[in-house]
Write a protein that binds this ligand. Structure first.
Ligand SMILES: *Cc1c(COP(=O)(O)O)cnc(C)c1O
Length: 371
């Protein structure tokens, strides 16, 4: 089935005596045991599994063409669970502009247990030089944050396969509707469901989806169930509700993102636009091949430096000055000041999450802010 159909039907696993059309929220933390000691209802204790989370994991598995999914209480925990599942002493290859929360995790929480090379993954020819005997994982993020770099997933999957490495992809900016890394050869896909999957800036969550149920995956499942950083049934309900409209929301984000990128690209006060849908983007051809749409995230360089960039952020009215992305409302932020003093992000860069307002109103707002 196509994503629009899966998004609506695949999470509806529920069979109810009251004939509900949409699944209720199951708040029970514990479930009846049968006389023979079994659990014929399919659940034993809510940290291990519960109906709402199982439904969420099912629909995300289907949307990403995977074999299984683990839902977590945040995107950060989803990624961390994979890093925790690696043998201490392992080496990881990660992108130089990796989502800064993961970079921070690897440099602090895993500083004593894992070694990491942060490299430019758009230059595939250099990757084999970094592979060591203890390398186990290549982590990619495409499109990347905040420079919207695109990594060629098919090509990097071939490198990972050749060297028997796990390939994981943070696909948050694409959502499960614009790109399916597993179909292109990735082993594990990660999303912060706080972003497009949730889509309304009101629920925190993360997910890992696997291509195969490998021993590494069983370790991740164990970390989820025994570690316990799981989303609540209510969080799962909200995400399931949001996913039903995800394919249609993504079309709107793509349409608005493209239109705003084209408008900003020709504006004399904008020095550069990072958006994978622009033919001027250095990896435009790869983006066209591996994505079905270019999303609603773009970054721009404002002429005049950090002060001018901050002025724009403070002068727009419809774009809320706030971090995060992927919601129905447009957000804007001066990224370097969010990332702190050790950031490599250009000081005149503003990151925009284009929402689902009418594009004419969004362009008019930028027009007055740049005037
Ligand atoms: C937000 C985000 C994360 C972390 O997710 P949380 O839900 O905030 O923990 C990871 N990767 C990317 C690309 C993100 O945008």
């Amino acid at each position: 089935m196509k994503p629009e159909t899966l998004a609506i039907h695949s999470g509806n696993l529920y069979e109810s005596s009251t004939k509900d059309v949409t699944p209720p929220i199951n708040l029970s933390t514990t479930f009846f045991r049968d006389e023979d000691g079994g659990y014929s209802g399919g659940h034993m204790y809510s940290r291990v599994s519960n109906p709402n989370r199982s439904a969420l994991e099912q629909v995300l598995t289907d949307l990403e063409h995977g074999a299984d999914a683990c839902a977590f209480s945040s995107g950060n925990t989803a990624g961390m669970s994979l890093f925790q599942a690696l043998k201490p002493g392992s080496h990881i290859i990660a992108p130089d502009d990796m989502y800064w929360g993961f970079k921070k995790q690897l440099q602090s929480i895993f500083a004593d247990t894992l070694t990491i090379d942060f490299i430019d993954l758009t230059d595939l020819s250099s990757i084999p030089d970094y592979i060591r005997e203890n390398t186990v994982l290549i982590w990619v993020e495409t499109p990347s944050n905040p420079l919207l770099k695109i990594t060629d997933l098919k090509a990097i999957a071939a490198i990972a396969k050749e060297h028997k490495l796990v390939l994981a992809c943070d696909s948050t900016f694409a959502s499960p509707c614009l790109q399916n890394p597993i179909a292109l050869g990735a082993d594990i896909v990660m999303h912060s469901s706080t972003k497009y999957i949730g889509g309304h800036s009101d629920v925190l969550g993360g997910v890992l989806i696997t291509a195969e149920k490998t021993p590494l995956w069983e370790k991740i499942r164990n970390i989820q169930q025994i570690g316990g950083a799981v989303p609540s049934p209510f969080d799962c309900f909200l995400l399931l509700r949001s996913i039903k409209t995800l394919p249609y929301r993504m079309r709107g984000h793509c349409e608005n993102g493209m239109a705003l990128a084209l408008y900003l690209e020709q504006h004399p006060k904008i020095e550069g636009v990072f958006y994978p849908g622009l033919p001027t983007h250095p990896q435009y051809e790869i983006a066209r091949q591996q994505m079905s749409g270019f999303g609603g995230m773009l970054s721009v360089l404002v002429a005049g430096g950090a002060d001018e960039a901050r002025k724009v952020v403070n002068t727009v009215k419809l774009f809320a000055q706030a971090t995060s992305l992927g919601g129905v409302e447009s957000l804007i932020e001066h990224r370097a000041s969010v990332e702190g003093p050790d950031t490599k992000t250009p000081q005149n860069l503003i990151r925009v999450s284009v929402g689902l307002e009418h594009i004419d109103d969004l362009i008019a707002d930028f027009n007055q802010a740049l005037a």
